[in-house]
Design a protein around this ligand. Structure first.
Ligand code: ACO
Length: 433
């Protein structure tokens, strides 16, 4: 793993005082200004709401060049991994930093396969939720509850850490599938260790005791690829949440549960559900695509083109390109004609030609086409963000693990600029107006 390289220093003049702050450089030439001494030397802090321009850590997991539309996990291009790698191999790569040798992968897969069941008592939790419960709420609380069943997660030895990594990677898909079964009133279908990770998930989701269920290899491959594409995305909202919670040395299940909650929002992972809802509205109400684009541009309409725009990508999100092609391929193979896919393509064409989107560098992101594939696979709408969470889990784990093994780990604690009242004297209630 390469570390930050010193790159000279920068001179900063604040209220007449000049300070020199070190510059550091990453392995792809990104420059950072190390402001750790800024406050002690000048009294000033940096102010960056939304962390638009703040690096919270150095990391060797994932590289994004948003201007050029590049995404790499541990140095490997996302399109190559999407085509050639499996979800568990990619998970290994993210977590341990290298592509596994055959034997290493076998051991890893075996460990994950062995931990797929959940404690029988936990199955009863599902009965406590109303049938209408959103699977993300079930997933986040169930994942946090795992810490009650595996209290060794509180003792952060390297062995415990690895064991709990296997457990959570495996059990998340069982919990996700059970939450779906609960929501439709079908019996849980337990994990089958003879199946691969994705096939096992599809079986737990769609098999029923009354008849046999055939896994379609094309569907399985498409889902595998979706999981690979979602597996990490450096310091996004949910990953930063996992790191922040982890920096207090909270256990892995608590950290991931917090990450799942952060992912749920419609500006983050919840966008995949919001995209399909938007396409469904356009389809149902027969809205003209040009009119919809005009509505999105009208700030008073409070409408966004969901699945478009990204904090980091100011060019095509490379995942969206892969997913658009995969959408065409899968729907063709399954013989599905999707009006929503047609609308999505029309929206994309219209937006990419429109000055509003061109000026703001708004392009389709990962969520724009993923929902159409998930829908074709029979995954219900309210499970879309759960699929994102399953996919993102290895990234959260890799970033958490990296943080814990970084020298000089500090609890994450941003500062603020206070704008409230100055000192006031307490007024007894009878004297207040
Ligand atoms: N539709 C219409 N206008 C948009 C959109 C959009 N999808 N996205 C951004 N804009 C506009 C904003 O209104 C703003 O315009 P202004 O400069 O005239 O005020 C400008 O583009 C910049 O937008 P910000 O919201 O400041 O950009 P930010 O980097 O903070 O937000 C975000 C990024 C949240 C992804 C935003 O583009 C968005 O809301 N997109 C739709 C939701 C979505 O698809 N989220 C998934 C993101 S990917 C992921 O998390 C997995």
């Amino acid at each position: 793993m390469s570390t930050l390289q010193p790159k000279g220093d920068a001179e900063l003049k604040i209220q007449g005082k000049t300070v020199r702050l070190p510059l550091v450089e990453g392995s792809e030439g990104e420059l950072g200004l190390d402001i750790a001494r800024l406050r002690s030397e000048t009294g000033a802090i940096t102010l960056d709401p939304g962390y638009v321009n703040t690096g919270s850590c150095s990391s060797s997991v994932t590289y994004i060049d948003g201007e050029r539309g590049i995404l790499r996990y541990r140095g490997y291009a996302i399109d190559e991994l999407a085509e050639k790698s499996s979800f568990l191999e990619t998970s290994y790569l993210l977590i341990y930093g290298k592509l596994p040798a055959r034997r290493e992968l076998e051991v890893f897969v075996d460990q994950i396969t062995r931990h797929s069941m959940i404690h029988e008592d936990m199955k009863r939790f599902f009965n406590g939720y109303p049938a209408t419960a959103h699977p993300m709420s079930i997933l986040s609380s169930m994942v946090c509850s795992l810490s009650s069943y595996y209290p060794d997660c509180m003792h952060n030895s390297p062995e415990n850490r690895e064991l709990n990594i296997y457990r959570i990677l495996s059990k998340i898909s069982t919990i996700a599938a059970f939450s779906y079964k609960k929501s439709i009133g079908q019996p849980f279908v337990g994990p089958l260790n003879r199946l691969g990770y994705v096939d096992n998930f599809l079986n737990m989701m769609f098999a029923v005791p009354a008849e046999s269920y055939e896994i379609n290899p094309k569907a399985s491959r498409a889902l595998e690829m979706i999981l690979v594409l979602h597996a990490d995305h450096e310091q996004n909202c949910s990953t930063s949440t996992v790191r922040i919670v982890g920096s207090s040395l909270a256990n892995l299940y608590a950290c991931v549960s917090a990450g799942i909650c952060a992912l749920w929002g419609p500006l983050h992972g919840g966008a995949n559900q919001a995209v399909i809802e938007m396409l469904a509205d356009i389809e149902r109400e027969g809205i003209d695509v040009a009119k919809f684009v005009a509505r999105v541009k009208d700030k008073d309409s409070n409408t966004r083109l969901m699945g478009f725009g990204h904090r980091v990508y100011k060019n095509f999100d490379p995942r969206a390109k892969i997913l658009k092609q995969a959408c065409d391929d899968l729907l063709g193979q399954l013989g599905i004609r999707s009006r929503q896919l047609e609308i999505a393509k029309q929206l994309e064409d219209a937006a990419l030609k429109d000055d509003y989107f061109i000026e703001r560098k708004l392009y389709p992101n990962v969520d724009f086409y993923s929902g159409i594939i998930l829908r074709a696979l029979g995954i219900p709408l309210n499970m879309f963000t759960v699929m994102f969470a399953i996919g993102r889990l290895p990234g959260w784990i890799a970033q958490w693990r990296e943080m814990l093994s970084s020298p000089g780990l500090k609890i994450n604690r941003p500062r603020q600029i206070y704008t409230g009242p100055n000192l006031r004297t307490y007024v007894p209630i009878e004297q207040r107006v």
